[in-house]
Design a protein around this ligand. Sequence first.
Ligand code: EPU
Length: 421
Amino acid sequence: MERFIVNGGKPIEGEINICGAKNSAVAILPATILAKGTCTIENVPDIADVRLLLHILQSCGASVDWHDDGSVIIDTSNAVSCEPPAEDARKLRAAYYFLGVMLARFGTARIALPGGCDLGPRPIDQHLKAFSAMGCDWKVEHGTIEVKCRYQRLHGAHIFFDTVSVGATINAILAASMAEGKTVLENVAREPHIVDVANFINSMGGDVRGAGTDVIKIRGVDFFRPSEYSVVPDQIEAGTYMAAAVATKGDITILNIIPKHLEVIEDKLIRVGAEIDEWDDSLRITRRGPLYSTNLNTKPYPGFPTDMQPQLAVLLSMANGTSIVNEGIWESRFKYADELRRMGAKIEADGKQAVIEGVRKLMPADMRAPDLRAGAALVIAALAAEGTSRISDVKYIDRGYEKIVEKLTAVGADIRREILG
Ligand code: EPU
């Protein structure tokens, strides 16, 4: 058991370097299996989810060499069709990308049903709809899913997704990348990590077009050649530190970003009182005045990201006025509300909506991180509250934030990790 001890109430000031995007890296690393040989993936975030995926890759016969500069060299020459260890697969959502890559390369895949943060029901019917359309049968037995292609190779297909899903879009791209003929995917997700995965596949000789729009066309290729690729910066990590700067009235320069990916987050932060100067791959964020209330609706990209909803809610908890937050993606993403109430926040959550009446300031408290982004939000709240807060269950935060204690300490935050018994 580990927890964070935070002595809050001080502005954070300085520079923070943003690492590669979690939700890109967790798809690109399994995708190296598509090529036989040695891929070099740069800008890989040092987070628990990535460590689990690299362990799964090794268990499939790949060799993995992770360097201090954030690059990972993966040799898949000896990779075989394998079932990822259930104890790894059950810990993270992205384990399901092994279905797409194994089907593409070997025509068969088996995996324990994947875990991930508890945000409400997380079905995979749209992934299975795509695999079925490409000629696969599937069955679920004893918590394990098995998917098998009926033919020698998957067939290209025309698939219209009923829901916009990041995971189903990526899994369908992966599976279709080596399928016979052309696949058309409609009503797809458009997040920067979708474009990143498509670019990686194309860097290996694939033919994926239209990523970033709502129709993607893929022509299957016979084989891939290994490549060198750098993961895009993590817009949610950037947004999280931007929110921390705003919460503490700090002055932070965020380095290694793609400002275009942050537009909608910046827009909301400015509305609540942030001042932002932007350059080609960095920005400076400060706040001098009060926090203002605003309403928030989370939507698929380019809408406001659900993965920034809890962090914004912390700012709204200290804003002048009342804000309404509508969660448009997940059934259960307000688990942090109980924890924020311990800090004196006036937040009432009911289903997919929360009403937040801003208070003048938050008080320090002992809290438990209920999931990854909610955990990050509690860190922001603790940094803003004068006095000592303790946050337990930080394993959720470690799943998606690289060296969060070190990065915050370097900008003047008083935060430390305590290992309990
Ligand atoms: N959905 C279905 N059927 C499916 C797939 C999804 O009904 O087959 C529904 C989900 O229940 C949800 C919505 O569609 O209501 C969107 O789910 P999506 O598939 O887009 O989510 P995901 O791929 O499981 C990824 C990120 C999440 C992020 C969401 C939305 C990864 C590994 N995870 O999840 O990230 O919240 O997209 O942007 O990429 C996080 O980083 O904290 C995180 C939870």
